[in-house]
Design a binder for this molecule. Structure first.
Ligand SMILES: Nc1nc2c([nH]c(=O)n2[C@@H]2O[C@H](COP(=O)(O)OP(=O)(O)OP(=O)(O)O)[C@@H](O)[C@H]2O)c(=O)[nH]1
Length: 326
């Protein structure tokens, strides 16, 4: 009989600058995986809260005081020396200038172009998640009409939008292909990513960056589609678990708030949303009734960001450039 190993709780800090750069530290000599780069942090002590452990570790290791941190991803990993449960936080405000108080080297890194090696094995998916923007917009040609929509899309790209899902259920396959090509051509110069709803073949044919799976496809697929980015819509813990099994890159979870299309429909609310993703390893976008003003609340509930349909295109709210890419 195999014995279950004790799981060690660890807090890890993704200390992020407003421009998206984040801090990595090199593990000092004498520790397992010495010389590997990691997010600053360490083991939670007995009886200590996660936030307290985070503040203590960053004070001890870097000489900074945490002012504002959001809970983010939670990931289990089995090392030969320990089985760890890593609680990642995004630290967005602190006082003091981080410096290696234990002699460890530090390096500010840019999402998508990390230039230090080797990295702790558990952290690969975390670095991928950091490349995802905080805002995912969903197309709305159905209500706006193609040209007004494309004008809004162009303006949102100017303001910082970097991730969009093409989801137009009423277009014919031919129209959809033409529109998908327009999306990719418009997004490319900004380095923005285009996801195609459900249709892997269409995503490949148009050079889009990935697919977004409806929950029905999520539950019936045997394996992750072989294409860049893959995410899925989830409404329950079973669906969230399936997205992890398939090794997806992100999920949308909703409906969080009542929406215009389902005003009296069932909505999770923020507490149930936070409870569902409390121990979740993938980046989660809150969906349903979202506008940019909800970003802060979503982050506090453990989300990576928000996904918006109408909210992304209403001229008045607009997309905040600093937050859209953050
Ligand atoms: N700090 C940190 N630990 C990580 C990360 N990723 C990851 O797998 N870990 C693992 O989590 C555990 C953290 O332990 P640690 O040795 O840093 O803890 P600590 O600072 O309390 O040190 P100690 O051993 O002196 O008590 C290690 O097994 C480490 O490999 C990460 O990004 N940051």
């Amino acid at each position: 009989m195999t014995q279950r190993r004790k799981v060690v709780d660890v807090v890890a800090a993704v200390i992020v600058q407003p421009d998206g750069r984040f801090l990595l530290a090199r593990r000092p000599d004498g520790k397992p995986y010495a010389g590997y780069w990691e997010f600053p942090g360490g083991k939670v002590e007995a009886g200590e809260s996660l936030l307290h452990a985070l503040a203590r570790e960053l004070h001890e290791e870097l000489g900074i005081e945490v002012k504002h941190a959001y809970p983010w991803l939670v990931r289990h990993f089995d090392y030969e020396h320990a089985s760890v449960k890593l609680h990642f936080f995004r630290v967005v405000a602190w006082t003091g200038e981080p410096h290696g108080k234990e002699g460890q080297l530090l390096a500010w890194q840019t999402p998508g172009s990390v230039d230090v090696i080797p990295l702790l094995p558990a952290n690969g998916p975390i670095l991928n998640a950091l490349e995802l923007p905080a805002i995912l917009a969903i197309s709305n040609i159905a209500e706006m009409g193609e040209e007004p929509f494309m004008a809004s899309f162009a303006s949102a790209l100017e303001k910082g939008l970097r991730l969009i899902q093409l989801r137009e259920k009423s277009l014919s396959p031919l129209e959809l292909e033409r529109v998908a090509q327009r999306f990719v051509a418009l997004a490319r110069p900004y380095g923005a990513k285009v996801l195609i709803n459900a249709d892997v073949r269409l995503a490949e044919a148009t050079g889009a960056d990935g697919v977004h799976l409806p929950s029905s496809a999520l539950m019936s697929l045997e394996a992750r589609p072989q294409i860049g980015l893959v995410g899925a819509s989830c409404h329950s813990s079973d669906e969230l678990a399936r997205a992890v099994e398939l090794g997806l890159d992100y999920v949308l979870l909703g409906t969080v708030l009542p929406t215009r299309s389902h005003p009296g429909g069932p909505a999770l609310g923020w507490d149930a949303f936070a409870a569902l993703i409390g121990d979740y390893p993938l980046p989660v976008y809150a969906l349903g009734g979202m506008s940019p003003t909800h970003l802060e609340t979503a982050w506090s509930a453990g989300a990576h960001g928000i996904a918006m349909l109408r909210g992304a295109w209403s001229g008045r709210s607009g997309l905040n450039p600093t937050k859209a890419t953050g």
